[in-house]
Design a protein around this ligand. Structure first.
Ligand code: ARG
Length: 391
C-alpha cells in the first residue's frame, strides 16, 4: 500500500478503505461496509478528512498494538481500554486528561492497558511538521525522571532526560526536589501555539521502592521506579488519519527497569554499586560481576513490584505468552510481525523460548509510529524556533 505524504488533497483514501475493510472483516455486527465506505469517501471529498466512529477508533488502537513489532506483550491486545478524548481543545485539558489516564491505568497497582486519544492531525499539513499538525505531548512518557546536570557535568537523576529537564526549566518549570527520581512536568503543545508545562501531581504517580528479598543493604541504594510506562510521543495511525497525541500504557516487564533503566551505563548505571554490595571483584571482567549484579537487580525489581502489589511481568513468562500470541494469531490467519532484537529480552536471552526463533517483520497499519520530530522533542531537542515562541 502506498503511503504518500498527505498533501492538500487530504487523507489517503486507499488507507482509509483498507482500514475499513479490516474493521468490517474482523468485527461482527458493526454495520454495512459499503455504506460506510461511501460515507467516508464523501467526507474526504468534501473536507479532505473523515472522522472515526468510536468503534473504529477502539478497534484501530487495539490493532495498532497487535501490529507493534517491538512489543513482546501483545497477547493482551484486545483488552486495551480506549479513552476517546478527541473533543479536548486546550493544553490544560490535555494535561488533565493525561493525569486522569495515569490514575485509571494505575488502578492502585492492578495496571490496566489504556490509551487516551486526543484530536487527530489535520491532513492538509506535511507529516511531522512541528506546529501545525495536531496536539502533541513532547515527553517520551507521561512519567519520566528529571536529570539535573551539575557544574562538573555529572547528572543527578536520569541522564537520558538531562536535555529535556533543561528545556522544561527554560519554559519556566522551577524543578523538583532535586532527587534522582523527580517526575518531570508534561510539556503540551497545540498547533501553532507555544508549548506549555504542567506538573504531574505526586498522587498520580505510583512508585515502587526497590529492595531485595535477601540483601538488606539493597534498599539503602535508594532506588525506586514508577509503576506505569506510558509512551506519549508516538503517533497512532489508523486508516490514513494520524493521532500524534495518544498516550498509551501497558505494564512493565522487569528487565526494562532492571536490565536497562537502572543498569545501562548511560542511565542510572547501578551495576558497579550493586557488585560492590555483593562483594564482587569489579577489576576482573571474568568474575562476571556485571552479570551477577544485573541478575540480582532484576530479582529485586520483580520482588519489589510484587510486594507493592504492582503488576509486572518476568521475561520468561512473557516470552511464553508471546509465543502463545503468535500461535493464536496464526490460527486466525494473521501474521505477527516482530523484531527479534526487541523481542528477545536484554538479559538471559537464550534461556527464553523467543531466542530460538526467527520472526518476520512487517510495517502494518494501524500502528504506533515514531516520527523523527517526536523523537527529538522527547529528548528535549526542540527546534529553537519552537522554544523561543514560548517567550
Ligand atoms: N522501556 C520503556 C521504559 O522502561 C517502556 C516501553 C514500554 N514498555 C511496556 N512494558 N509497555 O520505560
Amino acid at each position: 500500500m502506498a503511503r504518500e505524504q498527505p498533501g492538500s488533497n487530504g487523507v489517503d483514501l486507499a488507507e482509509a478503505e483498507a482500514f475499513l475493510r479490516l474493521y468490517y472483516a474482523e468485527s461482527s455486527g458493526s454495520g454495512l461496509f459499503d455504506a460506510r465506505l461511501r460515507e467516508v469517501r464523501k467526507q474526504v471529498g468534501n473536507d479532505g478528512t473523515y472522522e472515526h466512529t468510536p468503534g473504529e477508533l477502539t478497534f484501530g488502537a487495539r490493532v495498532a498494538w497487535r501490529n507493534s513489532s517491538r512489543c513482546i506483550g501483545r497477547l493482551y491486545w484486545q483488552s486495551l481500554r480506549v479513552r476517546d478524548r478527541r473533543h479536548i481543545t486546550t493544553a490544560a485539558g490535555i494535561a488533565a486528561e493525561a493525569v486522569s489516564h495515569l490514575r485509571e491505568a494505575t488502578n492502585s497497582g492492578r495496571i490496566r492497558p489504556t490509551i487516551t486519544v486526543f484530536a487527530p492531525a489535520r491532513p492538509d499539513q506535511p507529516r511531522g511538521s512541528l506546529t501545525e499538525d495536531g496536539p502533541r505531548i513532547w515527553n517520551e512518557q507521561l512519567i519520566r525522571y528529571a536529570g539535573y546536570r551539575q557544574p562538573d557535568g555529572a547528572v543527578v537523576g536520569d541522564p537520558r532526560y538531562a536535555q529535556f529537564t533543561a528545556l522544561a526549566r527554560n519554559l519556566g518549570w522551577p524543578g523538583g526536589d532535586g532527587t534522582r527520581f523527580d517526575p518531570l512536568p508534561l510539556i503540551v503543545q497545540l498547533p501553532g501555539r507555544p508549548p506549555a508545562w504542567f506538573p504531574v501531581p505526586a498522587d498520580a504517580v505510583l512508585e515502587v521502592p526497590i529492595s531485595h528479598p535477601r540483601y538488606d543493604w539493597f534498599a539503602e541504594l535508594g532506588l525506586r521506579w514508577h509503576a506505569v510506562p506510558a509512551i506519549s510521543n508516538m503517533t497512532l495511525e489508523i486508516g490514513g488519519l494520524r493521532y500524534p497525541c495518544a498516550p498509551f500504557n501497558g505494564w512493565y516487564m522487569g528487565t526494562e527497569i532492571g536490565a536497562r533503566n537502572l543498569a545501562d551505563s548511560y542511565r542510572y548505571d547501578m551495576l558497579p554499586a550493586i557488585a560492590r554490595g555483593l562483594g564482587l571483584d569489579t577489576s576482573d571482567e571474568r568474575s562476571l560481576w556485571r552479570d551477577r549484579a544485573v541478575v540480582e537487580l532484576n530479582v529485586a525489581v520483580l520482588d519489589s513490584y510484587a510486594k507493592a502489589g504492582v503488576t509486572i511481568a518476568d521475561h520468561h513468562t512473557e516470552s511464553r505468552h508471546f509465543l502463545s500470541h503468535l500461535r493464536r494469531e496464526n490460527k486466525h490467519g494473521r501474521p505477527t510481525p516482530a523484531e527479534w532484537s526487541w523481542i528477545v529480552p536484554p538479559i538471559s536471552g537464550a534461556t527464553t523460548p523467543v531466542f530460538h526463533r526467527i520472526f518476520h517483520d512487517a510495517d502494518l497499519r494501524p500502528n504506533y509510529i515514531h516520527d523523527p520530530i517526536a523523537i527529538e522533542l522527547g529528548l528535549g531537542r526542540a527546534p529553537q524556533a519552537a522554544v523561543r515562541s514560548a517567550y
